[in-house]
Design a protein around this ligand. Structure first.
Ligand SMILES: Cc1cc2nc3c(=O)[nH]c(=O)nc-3n(C[C@H](O)[C@H](O)[C@H](O)COP(=O)(O)OP(=O)(O)OC[C@H]3O[C@@H](n4cnc5c(N)ncnc54)[C@H](O)[C@@H]3O)c2cc1C
Length: 452
């Protein structure tokens, strides 16, 4: 490849970088996207399991109806059919006594549909169900983006202030909050949890529906995006990174890539995670990003198991009062036959205690938990297993982190920052990443319109 001068250079091929590239190429801009790895997708990818031929995700991803930018992204790249959207929200909770309850919204307008769902959680006493209303009322009355008190306390403190008994935490809040925020409730910001509840449950009725990928993550979120970008004239280079950046008068002038090519872009979007930013820019205070040292990561561990017999009926469920938080029935999600092996993905969020554990011990624990929660699991034998530890799955959304998340603009006029960790006002999610990519694309377009 010769030296090149695209309109925009995008650094990083996760969903933030891909969504920026999709948006810009759809509007006729020329882009070059570089990705340091041999594959696109960043923290969202899948591969084929050699023994079963199944698509295996690096970690199960659950999206929601309130992921409006993500749904738009899927529509643009033509991947709408690769997710199943629930008509109304339905989540099965499984208890250690092998019974289940369902959190199910109905067709009443919000928030009545959610209230009726909460009242259906009959494993909780009526008094405790009534106490849950206090959380809903607090969320309705406050703006989580601006409320100073919510920004100064953890989810655990907030739930305590709102008089939530142990039972409500154990049988509802803990599993939802750790799933949404991916770290201990003693650490994570009440503001971000309130934001998740408000966005999912107090907007349109569709917002609370679960959106479930019916293929591997690369097929759903990555491959079609890459095709869309290339079909619209964009260029993608894998195994490529930035060696050197030359700025002139607070403007990126050109960049030297690891493949020897020099790029003269009109604008640059960095879509790398917080832990890779300094590798690209050196001292990040020179681009106006300070306090990177405030960020830490939180792990997610996924246990993929294939059994010789089927014993899970639901598509997915939350395990209550278990070190395993979610069970996803991949066989069902992928529409596989009963005579094939049953493929399950088990998710542990905020998995600090799991990352150092031996993988065989994790598999043994996972199988034991399944036998504790499912009466028929005893008769099934695990045939294959695979443990994936994503040590830096998300940034930890701890109390106070919001004030350190950088905006999409930098002190360099033509350099923009995307990524789930930038100031999206959401936890680290696909939606935050896509929103940030779209927003940077919009800012670049505004800048380039001014130039031309
Ligand atoms: C196991 C797991 C489960 C998850 N579950 C969910 C879920 O259920 N729902 C949900 O919404 N979110 C979930 N997430 C979070 C979600 O995956 C992330 O928020 C999102 O993928 C972040 O995208 P990104 O583009 O901001 O960053 P990344 O995906 O990290 O992409 C950044 C890219 O930049 C590349 N890069 C870095 N440095 C350079 C460089 N110098 N040059 C070139 N390229 C570079 C990286 O290799 C990477 O590909 C989960 C994450 C994990 C790991």
């Amino acid at each position: 490849m010769k030296n090149t001068s695209p309109d925009v250079l995008i650094i990083g091929g996760g969903v933030a970088g891909l969504s920026a590239a999709v948006e810009l190429t759809s509007r006729g801009y020329s882009i070059l996207l570089i990705e340091q790895k041999q594959h696109l997708g960043g923290r969202t990818y899948s591969f084929i399991h050699p023994d079963t031929g199944d698509e295996v995700d690096n970690g199960q991803h659950l999206l929601m109806g309130c992921y409006h930018s993500t749904l738009r992204y899927l529509k643009i790249i033509g991947a709408e059919d690769l997710v199943d959207i629930q008509k109304t929200m339905s989540v099965v909770f499984r208890l250690p006594n092998q019974s289940t309850v369902e959190l199910k919204t109905n067709s009443l307008p919000t928030p009545l549909n959610v209230l009726s769902g909460l009242f259906g959680l009959t494993n909780l006493s009526l008094t405790n169900r009534l106490k849950m209303l206090r959380v809903g009322i607090d969320v309705m009355l406050k703006n989580p983006d601006t409320n100073k008190h919510l920004h100064s306390i953890s989810v655990a403190q907030w739930l305590q202030e709102l008089g939530q008994p142990e039972e409500n935490r154990k049988y509802l809040w803990d599993v939802i909050a750790i799933g949404a925020l991916n770290d201990s409730l003693d650490k994570v910001s009440a503001a971000l949890f309130a934001k998740v509840i408000k966005t999912a449950f107090f907007g349109s009725r569709k917002n609370s529906s679960m959106v479930i990928p019916n293929r591997g993550l690369s097929t759903v979120l990555v491959d079609k995006a890459a095709k869309f970008i290339e079909n619209n004239g964009g260029q993608i280079l894998l195994s490529t990174t930035v060696e050197k950046i030359e700025n002139r008068k607070q403007i990126v002038d050109h960049l030297q890539l690891s493949n020897g090519v020099t790029v003269y872009p009109k604008a640059v979007i960095s879509a790398v995670p917080y832990f890779d930013l300094a590798k690209v820019f050196g001292d990040t205070s020179t681009i106006g990003v300070k306090f990177l040292d405030q960020f830490t990561s939180s792990p997610i561990v996924t246990v993929h198991l294939w059994f010789d017999k089927h014993f899970v009926e639901e598509t997915f469920c939350a395990l209550l009062d278990s070190p395993i938080h979610w069970v996803f029935n991949k066989s069902r999600m992928y529409g596989k036959h009963e005579y094939e092996l049953m493929y399950l993905s088990l998710v542990v969020s905020g998995a600090h205690d799991f990352v150092e554990k031996d993988k065989d011990d994790i598999v043994a624990l996972a199988v034991n938990e399944l036998r504790r929660f499912y009466s028929n699991a005893e008769r099934a034998t695990p045939v294959h297993s695979l443990v994936i530890k994503e040590k830096r799955a998300t940034f930890s959304p701890k109390v106070g982190i919001e004030r350190f998340r950088p905006s999409h603009t930098t002190s360099i006029q033509n350099l923009f920052l995307a990524g789930d960790w930038t100031d999206t006002k959401l936890p680290a999610t696909i939606e935050g990443a896509v929103q940030s990519g779209f927003e940077c694309a919009r800012m670049v377009e505004k800048l380039l319109t001014k130039f031309n």
